[in-house]
Design a protein around this ligand. Structure first.
Ligand code: DGL
Length: 296
């Protein structure tokens, strides 16, 4: 992780827009797989007028154990794919991809590109009272040290304690959301953080909000659990409003509304994705297609 002025690097993107300036254009959202649907779900809740094109890189996940170079290469291909769908802004819903690739993608882009780290860090800084914050995420996110850098740039007094929890993603993918195996593993992972007397815990991975109740039970009621997805959707709304890109919605004479409001694309196993997505989204993810991402 680059030391130079991380806060400046991770603030919402303010470049002049040159390409898609149509408020009715969709927002692109991407993740390594299904986890980013927790971010898509928040966007659907908070800005229901927006149309979304979601891409999940199901053929190449997990991102959490891959190198920065690989993540940047994959992310560039995904951005090219999303741009081919005419998106007006891009949300990197994946914490690992945000950690490694946001700065590069934002610098290369003429439309707003936002990640989830800044939003998660800001929520934690606002929430903590004792100045002791825990962060859990994939090995890639934790080893990038991005959360401590961004949090401490916002407030140098805050101490940040991190723990990589690589087994959580496969447990969620297996659907073991409320299972004794997940409880056991979570207890072991969180033991160390409990000993640090944190009062705030950032769920620094897309999958973790799905096991929130387990994390809540282990950490106790007094620890605030931060879901970066929530603040990311707010941040997206603010940026779209500032840029004049908020979708006015159907009431404003939406004659040429695209045929499907939410489109889902994956690089493998569209049926599995559709089932998982339909179980966590407010509506069925009927419109899921497999594409060849390597071609972009
Ligand atoms: N989406 C990833 C993240 O938020 C977790 C899954 C993976 O490792 O690909 O970090």
């Amino acid at each position: 992780f680059d030391e130079q002025d991380p806060v400046k690097l991770y603030v919402p993107h303010r470049r002049r827009l040159e390409t898609v300036r149509d408020p009715r254009a969709p927002v692109g959202v991407f993740d390594s797989g299904v986890g980013g649907l927790t971010v898509a779900r928040e966007i659907m809740r908070q800005i229901p007028e927006e149309h979304l094109v979601y891409f999940g890189d199901t053929a190449r996940l997990p991102y959490g154990a891959k190198s920065r170079e690989t993540i940047i290469r994959f992310s560039r291909q995904i951005v090219r794919f999303l741009r081919s769908k005419g998106v007006k802004a891009i949300v990197i819903a994946c914490n690992t991809a945000s950690s490694h690739a946001l700065r590069t993608l934002a610098a290369e882009s003429d439309i707003p590109v936002i990640g989830v780290i800044y939003a998660g860090a800001l929520s934690a800084v606002k929430a903590t009272k004792n100045g002791r914050v825990g962060v859990i995420g994939t090995s890639g996110t934790v080893s990038s040290d991005i959360y401590p850098h961004v949090i401490q740039n916002m407030n140098p007094e805050i101490q940040v304690f991190q723990k990589a929890c690589p087994l959580f993603c496969p447990l969620v993918e297996e659907g073991l959301l409320h299972d004794s195996v997940t409880d056991e593993i979570a207890s072991r992972y969180l033991q160390e953080l409990k000993g640090k007397y944190i009062d705030t815990l950032v769920l620094g991975c897309t999958h973790y909000p799905l096991i929130r109740s387990t994390l809540r039970r282990i950490m106790g009621e007094e620890v605030t659990l931060v879901n970066p997805a929530y603040e990311t959707a707010l941040e997206l709304k603010e940026i779209l409003a500032r840029e004049g890109l908020l979708n006015p919605g159907a009431d404003a004479g939406d004659a040429d509304c695209p045929e499907e409001k939410y489109q889902f694309y994956v690089s493998d196993l569209a049926d599995n994705f559709r089932d998982f997505a339909s179980s966590i989204l407010p509506e069925e993810a009927k419109n899921t297609k497999k594409i060849e991402i390597e071609e972009y």
